[in-house]
Design a protein around this ligand. Structure first.
Ligand SMILES: [Zn+2]
Length: 246
């Protein structure tokens, strides 16, 4: 092999090596973590994507404090930033269907401030509805909560469950009233926002719902330092707006 031909061969190899180093391996994608800060430039519009059919019914709820520091001596008074208030729904009372696949609603929970941001702006709270398919795939609906008129969400957060104490029972709750009327979604592929930060989560962000200022103050009073993960790099991911008026 002549020197010139050798160079022609070695340079692409070196470039491949650089790409391997920069991206982990040539076959792995860059991290696709959640939440994200949404810039308008990352959004595209696609009304042709399958609609998200939401079938939420009536359910008794158990509002429970989710602990992450059960082994700590002062765990009952310390607020770990991955802890939250979570409403457990009765199995079979709510589900969504996307492209023929059914995802059961398991629980919904709250973060302060909002985890997703738009142009760097946060909302006081964000609500996450966690759904799982029979194959184990996760689909989460995120709804920002803003200060304003009372809504059914106020009833869920009227009495917060203590970290080490009884859960709060709410009888016969109409789950559909928790969501905004406009069912348009901003969709992207991300991850869980708490450990183990598993990727492959389908995120569906909706427009805001309102809650009273006193509900916001009560939740922020419990999580004084917040319980939201910082925004993660988009790494080239796009978010897609799918209009839907049900
Ligand atoms: Zn969450």
């Amino acid at each position: 092999m002549t020197r010139r031909r050798l160079a022609a061969f070695v340079v692409p190899l070196a470039l491949a090596g650089f790409l391997l180093t920069a991206g982990g391996t040539a076959h792995s994608r860059p991290p696709a973590q959640s939440p994200v800060d949404i810039s308008p430039g990352a959004i595209r519009f696609d009304p042709t994507l399958p609609r998200l059919d939401i079938s939420y019914g009536q359910s008794d709820l158990d509002l429970e404090y989710i602990r992450k520091d059960a082994s700590d001596a002062d765990g009952c008074s310390t607020r770990n930033h991955e802890e939250t208030e979570e409403a457990i729904v009765r199995p079979g009372t709510g589900h969504v269907t996307l492209a023929g696949v059914r995802y059961e609603l398991e629980q919904f929970h709250f973060h302060t401030p909002s985890e997703h941001r738009f142009r760097g702006r946060t909302d006081p709270l964000e609500m996450h509805f966690v759904h799982r398919s029979a194959a184990g795939k996760l689909l989460v609906i995120g709804v920002p909560l803003r200060s304003g008129a009372e809504s059914p969400v106020d009833r869920v957060l009227a009495t917060l469950a203590p970290e080490c104490g009884e859960t709060v029972a709410l009888a016969d709750f109409d789950l559909a009233t928790l969501l905004p009327r406009d069912r348009s979604t901003l969709r992207y592929e991300g991850s869980l926002t708490t450990a183990p930060f598993t990727e492959g989560v389908q995120w569906f962000l909706m427009s805001e719902q309102t809650v009273s200022p006193s509900t916001i103050a009560r939740f922020q009073g419990l999580f004084g330092a917040g319980n939201a993960r910082a925004p993660q790099p988009l790494n080239g991911r796009r978010l897609t707006v799918v209009p839907q008026f049900s």
